[in-house]
Design a protein around this ligand. Sequence first.
Ligand code: UD1
Ligand code: CA
Length: 461
Amino acid sequence: MNYSAIVLAAGDGKRMRSSKPKVMCEVLGDPMIDWVLDSIDGAGIPAENTGVVVGNGADTVKAFLAKKGSYRTFMQTERKGTGHAVMQAAEMLKAGENVLILCGDAPFVDSGTITAALTEHVHGGNDVTVVTADMPDPASYGRIRRDEDGAFIGIVEKKDCTLSQLGITEVNSGVYWFRAEALADALPKLTDDNAAGEFYLTDTVGIIRANGGKLGTYTAGDTNIVMGANSRAELMQLNIIAKMQVIAKHLDEGVEFVSTDGIIIGRNVEIGQDTLILPGTILRGNTVIGENCTIGPNSLIENCRIGNGVTLNNVQAYDSRVCDRVKAGPFVQLRPGTILHDGVKIGDFVEVKNSEIGVNTAISHLTYVGDSDVGKGVNFGCGCVTANYDGINKYRTKIGDYAFIGCNTNLIAPVEIGENATTAAGSTITRTVPADSLAVERSQTKIIENWEKNFRRIRKA
Ligand code: UD1
Ligand code: CA
């Protein structure tokens, strides 16, 4: 493999004021480093060729990386700057002819920019190619230095800028392609003789030039790709930008939004045409929503597959599957492992967990269904409960097609209700109810006549 990548992710993130490592701070529900790694992968550099420099919160970052792929990690025990961070991963420079370096705290770099910059780098025969952008407000980004002829000669950090350099609006994105050998030669020559007392990776550019190397830049079409988050305010700004970009993409694909209020959609979520997303809706993870649905208001859907023509109003759903024409809400929770088949109706204050609910079954109000296999056309009255847990183990409840579960039925699992069977309201069912039968478990009503009269007499006395 000709290419490798190094992601810098050891920074303290002091300005973020978080106990989390900075690169784990989230944009649209995914850690910033996740965005960066996906772009590297999209550019065709596999995990095996990607090294991540970790330091602050290394265990958290490593645990995340281990779940994502077979990334190599390098420990930077002290934070001595971006150049020092790359030195820790020097081994990666042997992995390929050219190496991509980027920061784990700038999530918007995309595969297109990475590959276009590489093309420039290779065609130009460059030793280093820096991805730059024109920013009307160059803020704290490193400034791109050019000579009178406009030739790129180096990068100067904001802290080290002269007054006139501060006005430069062409900035360093923190994304670079290096010829690995040129970088390996430059790294040992870095010093920490600067305003921050750090070994700046950006100084390698000047060193490569002094060594007679060839410098190049690639100007990003979209200035947003440069944006990094060093503080909470910047992180929120990234979230706002990403949110609008994701919504714009869905608008183009025929999804309807009447407003963007409180709507947050993860970057990997898919939504079908003519689906309406109402305010207060958060869609996360690997969620796929079909066509002609109405989702929201105030719903949170995470890692779910939702069919067509579904209505979810004030629903929280996690790791579940909802088939066509299901109506759920308001105030419904679908916990992991739930499958709602076509035409299921779930009403207010209902929780379903780890259960399969058959076609056209209705669970209309105030009911808990957990660890259950429910057939089609079943009707649950108000306030039914599957008692699935005896304090030690969990057990399943089975309900046959077209059964009728009366109001306030307790189903003490393991228990089975046959097809077309009925349980009487208020019954606590502890054993199998055969098909077509009625189960009543209630004590008989006892009437004490004139009780109230006697009570009043006693109270008076
Ligand atoms: C850096 C660049 C700046 C560029 C900007 C783009 C340098 C000196 N400056 O500045 O020119 O405009 O990125 O976003 O490179 N890190 C380590 N170990 C360290 C220090 C940093 O791993 O010792 C990591 C951080 O986790 C972060 C990345 O390197 O992901 C960049 O570090 P940061 O301190 O944020 O640099 P900037 O000041 O943003
Ligand atoms: Ca930064």
